[in-house]
Design a protein around this ligand. Structure first.
Ligand code: DQA
Length: 146
């Protein structure tokens, strides 16, 4: 079975009430439950923290444990060399996800320290970005049945 970590950074625990015109009305818990139904053959490990060091510790704990990581580092995307270094260090493939289109927003959101360390990035496709990232790992990591 594939083990995929879904890692969410600061303020993403407030999804559902946080700026719904940007992030929608769905709570993180509700969406994660939907993901589990959508990918019954994938073991999803969900983690959220508002604290940079805790996110780094979690990424370290993914070493040798996860086949892939879906990472929405929230605002740390634009500030954290330490999280970018963790992504580089752990040797687990990471797909960066943003619910909003960060390139269509403020200038300071246009820099991602993490993007260049990732397999790829999904931005602006709403909560569906997480499902698309998981689907990427399923397609990339599960050998086709013959
Ligand atoms: C975000 C975009 C970031 O710029 C912002 O700080 C977030 C959420 C997104 O998912 O669109 O917290 O990562």
């Amino acid at each position: 079975m594939l083990h995929i970590a879904i890692v969410n950074g600061p303020n993403l625990n407030l999804l559902g009430t946080r700026e719904p015109h940007i992030y929608g009305h769905q709570t993180l818990d509700h969406y994660l439950k939907q993901l589990a139904v959508r990918f019954p053959f994938v073991h999803l490990h969900c983690y959220q923290s508002n604290i940079e060091g805790e996110l780094i510790n979690y990424l370290h704990n993914c070493m040798g444990m996860m086949n892939g990581i879906v990472l929405n580092a929230g605002a740390y995307t634009h500030t954290s060399i330490a999280i970018a270094d963790a992504v580089s260090a752990i040797g687990v493939p990471v797909v960066e996800v943003h619910i909003s289109n960060v390139l269509a927003r403020e200038e300071y959101r246009k820099t991602s320290f993490i993007a260049s360390k990732c397999k790829g990035s999904i931005s602006g496709l709403g909560m569906d970005g997480y499902a698309l990232a998981i689907q990427y790992f399923v397609d990339a990591l599960v050998p086709p049945a013959v």
